[in-house]
Ligand binder design. Structure first.
Ligand code: NAD
Length: 496
């Protein structure tokens, strides 16, 4: 039994190479004295849990361990291809509201990259929103030819990730935070992400901020990665940029990751289970070790994290490496690499800046109590909204002008008039270009007729309109249009 005063942490070694690299990391932790502060609680999940018919891949025992400890240290988990099994990583992040994904990308000694050869140091963090965006996984087939994915961005979701980014920047001594987005195209969703970034930034006047469109960011990262200290992004864009960034520092084997929420924090390697080398004892444990170091810093063990980090850097600097890394010396096996790191505890690297070793360690983590029910998060509470129309989406192969004539006759006598038809977001009626190719899915926009009073109607007339359209045509979806504090809560069609 571990000493009663140790902090419990749920542990899932993972699948494939997971158990090998986890054992290597734990051997370094033992050598560094980390186990004087931590004790691990087994959290069964992954392939062995999927095999019991549990389609989440996460056992009840594991859920209980994570809820009790608020901390999960995990190796990579395999996602069954096909069938009902979902990615455990995505499930865990969403289930426990681990809303921010933090990754650190830094040049490491002994790991040759184009930038290390050019003498350009890479050292920046990516903070990725972890729950919303297209990762809501809300997808539908709308017609024979069209499928959709709903991209949800919420103001509280943006606020949480931006507050986390600025607080982490302040803690790490980062002086500049960049928001990346595609708000020039997705003015409402990415626009909200950017607007909330600017709002939260006001609470951190000592931190410089800027923003960059995602495509420009990708080019800048490849040209001048040293121009960035911390980048905060929506989920999908952050996912892609994270892997791009891993490539800048030598690959996924060197990229640590933490998923942080208010109640639960999950620390994991970025790479997968590497089935091609699983069981051979040759995998690189560096990514998992670095993720473990983020965990140690998160709970207050900054001194031990710095000592282990310096030992790792000194090991890589001495040319000791696993088979996935190019080097002059022959590669070593997973456990031999871990033993070399353990033997270097107390040493510091000479070719790069060592981590500053603080004078003492103190566990500061306290897991908040389990919430008693779902918590509602709100950002804007005092907004007045009025229904001003509806977008009705229709599956049809009718030509636009014929469809428009039909819809105009349907809304005769009611409070709404047809103002626009679009296909794939481009206006095709009342005006448009015959070069615009259409598919079997149209948006019909109905707006209040001139003289109709905004705010008097409520939403029922839009539902009645929907019923009338549905009697004559195949409706695929429906969206009431609202004005929020005088501003339209909907975008215009391309060409409108
Ligand atoms: P992968 O990351 O497992 O492997 C890609 C390549 O990188 C392979 O050649 C592998 O040998 C190599 N590699 C990965 N980690 C390494 C390490 N530590 N040391 C040396 N080489 C390493 O990606 P994949 O093959 O696409 O996915 C395999 C499985 O992992 C899938 O089931 C996937 O769903 C899962 N996966 C899990 C996570 C996670 O748990 N966080 C992340 C990604 C993929």
């Amino acid at each position: 039994m571990p000493p009663a005063s140790t902090l419990p942490v749920a542990l899932a070694a993972g699948d494939g190479i997971g158990p090998e690299i986890m054992e290597a990391v734990l051997s370094v932790f033992r050598a560094a004295g980390v186990m004087d502060h931590l004790s691990f609680v087994d959290a069964p999940m992954g392939e062995r849990t999927f095999a019991t018919g549990n389609t989440s891949g996460i056992s009840d025992e594991a859920v209980d361990a994570v809820e009790r400890t608020g901390l999960l240290f995990k190796g990579p988990m395999g996602t069954p291809i096909g069938g009902g099994g979902k990615s455990i990583n995505v499930t865990l992040r969403k289930k426990f509201s681990a809303f921010a994904n933090l990754r650190h990308f830094q040049s490491l000694p002994g790991v040759e990259t184009v930038f290390s050869k050019a003498g350009v140091p890479v050292d920046f963090y990516v903070v990725r929103e972890n729950i919303e965006d297209t990762y809501g996984g809300i997808e539908h087939r709308l017609t024979n030819d069209v499928v959709e994915c709903k991209r949800l961005i919420s103001a509280p979701g943006c606020d949480q990730v931006h507050r986390f980014a600025f607080a982490t920047a302040a803690r790490l001594g980062i002086t500049k935070v960049t928001c990346s987005h595609k708000a020039n195209i997705m003015k409402m969703t990415d626009g909200l992400f950017l607007e909330r970034f600017r709002h939260v930034a006001k609470d951190h006047p000592s931190i410089e901020t800027n923003d960059v469109i995602i495509d420009a960011l990708c080019m800048n990262l490849v040209l001048r990665p040293d121009a960035y200290q911390m980048i905060v992004l929506p989920n999908l864009q952050g996912d892609i940029v994270s892997d791009l960034a891993a490539g800048l520092v030598g690959g996924l084997g060197f990229a640590p990751s933490a998923n942080i929420g208010e109640g639960v924090a999950i620390f994991e390697a970025v790479h997968g289970t590497a089935p091609d080398i699983a069981g051979k004892g040759v995998a690189n444990p560096t990514s998992l070790l670095l993720s473990g170091l983020i965990m140690l810093r998160h709970i207050g063990l900054a001194k031990q994290a710095a000592i282990i980090n310096n030992a790792l850097l000194a090991t890589l600097e001495s040319g000791i490496h696993t088979g996935d890394v190019k080097g002059d010396k022959p590669p070593v096996r997973t456990m031999a690499f871990a033993e070399a790191v353990a033997a270097n505890l107390g040493r510091v690297p000479t070719s790069c800046r060592p981590s500053v070793v603080t004078s003492h360690d103190r566990v500061v983590h306290a897991s908040p109590p389990r919430p008693s029910s779902y918590r509602l998060r709100r950002t804007f509470e005092q907004i007045t909204s009025h229904v001003c129309g509806a977008d009705v989406y229709i599956g049809t192969i009718l030509p636009p002008f014929e469809l428009a004539a039909k819809l105009q006759s349907i809304c005769e006598g009611g409070p709404f008039k047809l103002t626009m038809l679009s296909s794939r977001g481009t206006q095709v009626w009342p005006s448009g270009s015959v070069y615009t190719e259409v598919v079997d899915y149209f948006r019909a926009r109905f707006e209040l007729k001139d003289g109709a009073m905004l705010g008097r109607l409520g939403q029922m007339p839009t539902v009645k309109l929907l019923e009338k359209v549905a009697e004559k045509l195949e409706v695929t979806d429906f969206q009431p249009l609202r004005i929020y504090d005088g501003a339209p809560g909907f975008s215009l069609a391309q060409g409108q």
